[in-house]
Design a binder for this molecule. Structure first.
Ligand SMILES: *[C@@H]1O[C@H](CO)[C@@H](O)[C@H](O)[C@H]1NC(C)=O
Ligand SMILES: *[C@@H]1O[C@H](CO)[C@@H](O)[C@H](O)[C@H]1NC(C)=O
Length: 343
């Protein structure tokens, strides 16, 4: 549990740093036609990690062009809210409680919100038969809030992105929370014995401030997007930001190859499971790096796709409204623990 705390606090810091970033333009999917439907009220019962954001104006429309979505955090609105959202971390750690003693209006949905891997989610057995919907990075959640996604570029055909060939490092990795027993550490050790791996992060006392990170990734042919757990759809900013936005080809470990294929274009990543051994992987990386044409093929997807990071809780919460009309009329997570651990 301690490592989870550490990990999530790192994530918080990262999310916080990213929150100040300019927002991308809204995606076409968020501009769905809502004419005729009423407002949906989403009540956030408490802010994730206690980091309150003042909700002013029509947040979902003003920031994300999501219409008819009232995002609120006043608890007095409980009787009229359509969806009440509870962030898992504060609940399982006992710092927040469900308003179980209050009457629950018929039709109101309680949403379980979490971006953490299952191992860091705590004991969820206590939450059987409470929640009506899940809001997580998983594709099979009621509302999917990934760490990042690809959005089609407008004006297709005109966009050409140069393959960054001015590379000085074969493989790079940023790691703060290094544990030798992690599977990813074993793969790293084995790989590092075969090819040079440039390591950054607290573990090697070479920390990278968020601002400097992308600049450090650009000179890398490949980036080790190694998640610290192997869970469905758990693809974090290690891939979306460090590798994709940094301009390095991600070498993925953690999420399955099928999960990756479902959300990432072909020839945009390399998956550890595609190789029988770390030695084969190392050989592949070396061959690709030596072959300009082949390496360049890992960048052709960028002509059509742009990378969008999700870093703001408000955007994730507004997304509930975009999905609201497609939610099943009646649903209860009778065994949340089983759903989260995917068993
Ligand atoms: C290539 O990278 C080196 C070191 O990162 C930098 O000094 C140089 O200006 C770069 N050259 C080009 C053409 O971008
Ligand atoms: C939500 O869950 C509660 C508790 O299990 C249940 O009584 C209620 O009918 C559910 N509501 C919806 C809309 O699914």
């Amino acid at each position: 549990m301690k490592k989870c705390l550490l990990f999530s606090s790192l994530c918080t810091v990262l999310l916080y740093l990213l929150n100040g970033w300019p927002k991308g333009s809204p995606t076409p999917s968020s501009l769905s036609d809502w004419s005729g439907s009423r407002n949906v009220t989403v009540l956030l019962w408490y802010w994730p990690f206690g980091r309150r954001v003042i909700l002013k104006g029509d947040v979902c429309w003003d920031l994300y062009r999501i219409p008819r979505c009232r995002l609120v955090d006043q608890r007095s609105l409980l009787p009229t809210a359509d969806v009440v959202v509870f962030h898992n971390k504060e609940l399982v750690e006992g710092r927040q409680k469900l308003p179980s003693e209050r009457p629950r209006p018929p039709g109101q949905r309680w949403a379980w919100l979490s971006l953490e891997a299952p191992a860091c989610s705590g004991n969820l057995q206590q939450y059987a038969n409470i929640f009506n919907m899940t809001v997580t990075y998983r594709r099979d959640a009621d509302v999917t809030v990934p760490y990042g996604e690809l959005v089609p570029k407008e004006g297709e055909g005109q966009m050409t992105e140069d393959v960054p060939l001015n590379k000085s490092f074969l493989v790079c990795w940023v790691v703060s929370n290094y544990r030798s027993q992690h599977k990813r550490s074993k793969v790293y050790q084995e790989l590092n014995a075969l090819v040079p791996v440039q390591v950054y992060g607290r573990w090697v006392k070479r920390p990278l401030p968020s601002r400097a990170l992308l600049r450090r990734m650009a000179p890398c042919y490949f980036y080790l997007a190694f998640e610290n757990s192997a869970d469905s759809d758990y693809i974090t900013e290690k891939l979306w930001r460090n590798a994709y936005q940094g301009g390095a080809v991600p070498v993925v470990m953690g999420p399955s190859l099928d999960d990756c294929k479902a959300v990432l274009p072909p020839n945009s990543f390399i998956h550890v499971d595609e190789f029988a051994s770390v030695k084969d992987l190392a050989t592949h990386l070396q061959r690709v790096a030596e072959d300009k044409k082949r390496y360049g093929e890992y960048f052709t997807w960028r002509q059509r796709w742009g990378v969008k990071l999700y870093t703001d809780w408000r955007e994730r919460l507004c997304k509930i409204c975009s999905q609201y009309d497609t939610l099943p009329a009646q649903k209860v997570y009778s065994d949340l623990e089983a759903w989260v651990s995917n068993t």
